[in-house]
Write a protein that binds this ligand. Structure first.
Ligand code: ZN
Length: 205
């Protein structure tokens, strides 16, 4: 495989990018000057070096100091600790934050579980979620909101999480609600506008 084909293969693995677009990216890069390519290399390298995963919600954030382990949301004492929203990806969290309609805490699963997949632990951060949930439950958590996409994979993941968290939520009488019920079928949270998110939150059940 030559470098053109290799790069096309890499770009094809990006979310939402097909082989045709991947090929366009590669030919775009070929025509760029050296400075552009150098900057791109530098930024990709520093992405890994400067990004940390929050020890609580698991979202990625830019390290500002060496010993910072919590993202700005988890470190914010004005956020509501009685409400936890579970989302699949960082982009979903960011979109909900942009709407300003939710002031609780989050947990980012890091993906969804494909239908009939038998090893959900390998697809999502289920263990980390249970650790956080146990700790929050002992500190007054009242509601878990499942904020997954309103499509079949989102629903399947929702069912898996409900099953996994039920021993904890039952023990502490924590309410479980679903944001997906307030979204129209097929909606992806990442692309939902603030008004849709507001309604989904209001109509969660
Ligand atoms: Zn966090």
């Amino acid at each position: 495989m030559n470098s053109i084909d290799k790069l096309i293969k890499i770009f094809s693995e990006f979310p939402g990018i097909g082989p045709k677009q991947a090929r366009r990216f590669v030919y775009f890069l070929i025509t760029r000057h050296e400075g552009y390519i150098d900057e791109l290399k530098r930024e990709i390298t520093s992405l890994r070096a400067n990004i940390e995963s929050c020890v609580e919600c698991r979202r990625y954030f830019t390290k500002s100091s060496i010993d910072k382990k919590l993202c700005n949301i988890c470190a914010d004492s004005t956020r509501d600790n009685t409400s936890l929203m579970i989302v699949s990806r960082d982009v979903d969290l960011e979109n909900i934050e942009k709407s300003h309609f939710f002031n609780g805490k989050y947990f980012v699963l890091g993906g969804t579980v494909p239908i009939l997949d038998k090893n959900p632990e390998q697809r999502i951060r289920l263990k980390d979620l249970l650790v956080l949930l146990n700790r929050m439950s002992e500190n007054g958590l009242k509601e878990v909101i499942l904020g997954l996409d309103a499509n079949s994979e989102g629903e399947y993941t929702t069912d898996i999480i409900k099953g996994a968290v039920s021993p904890i939520t039952e023990k502490y009488s924590i309410k479980i609600s679903e944001l997906g019920r307030g979204l129209s079928t097929g909606s992806e949270l990442e692309y939902s506008d603030p008004e849709t998110i507001k309604n989904a939150l209001k109509n969660r059940s």
